[in-house]
Design a protein. Sequence first.
Length: 691
Amino acid sequence: MSSLPSLSGIATLVRGACPHDCPDTCALLTTVVDGVATKVQGNPAHPQTDGVLCAKVSKYPERTYHAERVLTPLKRCGPKGSGRFTPVSWDAALDDIGARLQAIAQRAPEAILPYSYAGTMGLVQGESMDRRFFHQLGASLLDRTICASAGGEALVHTYGGKLGMRVQFFAESRLIIIWGSNSIGSNLHFWRYAQAAKRDGARLICIDPRKTETADKCHEHLQLRPGTDAALALALMHELIRNDWLDHDYIARHTLGWEALRERALQWPPERAAEVCGLPVQQIVELAREYGTTERAAIRLNYGVQRARGGGNAVRAIACLPALTGAWRHRAGGLLLSSSAALPARRAALQKPELLGARRPRTINMSTIGNALLEPGGGAFGPRIEALVVYNSNPVAVAPESAKVVQGFAREDLFTVVIEHFMTDTADHADYVLPATTQLEHWDIHGSYGHTDVLLNRPAVAPWGEARSNAQIFRELAARMAVHDAAFAAPWFADSDEDLCRQALDPAQVDFQQLLDTGFAHLRLPDAPFAEGGFATPSGKCEFHSARLEAQGINPLPDYLPNHELPDPQGPYPLAMISPPARNFLNSTFVNVQKLRNAEGRPLLEMHPDDAAARGIEDGALVRVFNARGEHLCHASLNGRTRAGLVVGLGIWWRKDGANGTNVNELTHQHLTDLGRAPSFYDCTVEVAAA
């Protein structure tokens, strides 16, 4: 933390919300003394947070007052990627940026691309004034797929939307299957409910290719091969059918396509799935028995499942299970992947897509940004990308096949603006870096994908240095554009951040005054959302068979799809690799918070001792991980957390922290998932050698 003035005043508490890409969306209390935030803690009045924060967000003051924080606009004065910049005034920066964007927009507005994701999950700082600006401009649209779109689309075609159990009722479950989630590190408040159920006699089962910290605390761990989850789910269905562990009334009244799904599931006896998944047959049989004979059986599914070629199908297959057993009849039964569709957000009011008029700009997938930036332009692709505005994201570190991403960002003819807190790998490649406010310094509204509350974030302190909120930056850019285009002078480009907060939610469902008074509001929802059916699909039923998918030429029934890349023991890349976040980081956020960095140590590759011994690699040794896309240097960890044939590259470190200036995304590819056009980060093969 940089030097701050001595503090002597009275402490005040300001209510807020955690902005990060996590299902918990905690309510915060920030202690402020003499205008300085001295402590961030969980709000004990918010039932889901209950006064508890993760180790990452509890360090928020250190992040806000970090000595390396960008506090003034910067203009590049060296080669792209060199990180050499000089300070400039806001007026100079915005005048030049506005002029450059205006000149490109007059020729080819689609040559401008916004690139953002969930650096903040807020409705205001994440998807309001920025979208108005780019819609008015006619810029290319961004397909925001990098995290959750495969699983999200799978839920849409099964349940009708991102809907599921209410998280607090997991505490009453008798069986909890934690599937593709390291809940201790990435869903702490759910884990507290799971622990309460465990103390009350519930059985906890973890399904994950890695022996996570969560697996350590469960009664059983099914350590399957990556990308084989659909095969396991189909084998569970097979056993439910064979033993008649089915709720025939629920199936008849509240599902669609049962006979076709039954026929498919019967093709997947446990023996077949065991061979595909790399599991003992008896483990699959026993899991099916427990699931089929336990009345309050709940599945906590997370997004690790969907980061392979068949990830969407895997989520669809798993999502069918509670309808087969009638688990949805109980509030402590069913499934939760995401509950974000319950949020009564007024996104059209915030984003104003009508500003596009009759224009229909192309859509560019953020997960294939490496290829997109290297496209020469013309043909079906349209104009070459000439300008890129990056905010709430660090694509040079987090996007797949990063050698291509770096090559694209290094183009001297690409005008790049990055709105950031720190000089990330992406900021190093910018023409301008603009200092953004942190969560402690601006207004915002937050929903959640792990619980069903709405939260308000109030600014606790004034922006440090010359930082400005995302919404303010786009307001001021709009004012520059208005000199040449009167449409940018419209009143909606003058809405303040607080105005945008008030516009964000349906007032019939959320009382904004309550948010001001308490910081949060509970959505009025049924305890058991599908106890009597009522799915949000066109049929109103849980759709095993999706006519909408069939109309797109996609298999209407869930199925198992092998990975894009399968390890071949005799081939050049015989090891599978997955790259989940390190426990003390959240994607590439928090990597430069020293206490968290110290806890994480250094970039690691977890290996099975047998795989390491076959390559002459000892614990802690520097290793080369490589494939046809590139190589990454890191240190081997033989900690017993991975299965033979699988390596785990814990991420996501900034590239500049890597021993050879890379991170694990040097090795991942840009192939997409079956549904949702999402990246398949956990569908990758490599070889490892001593460095």
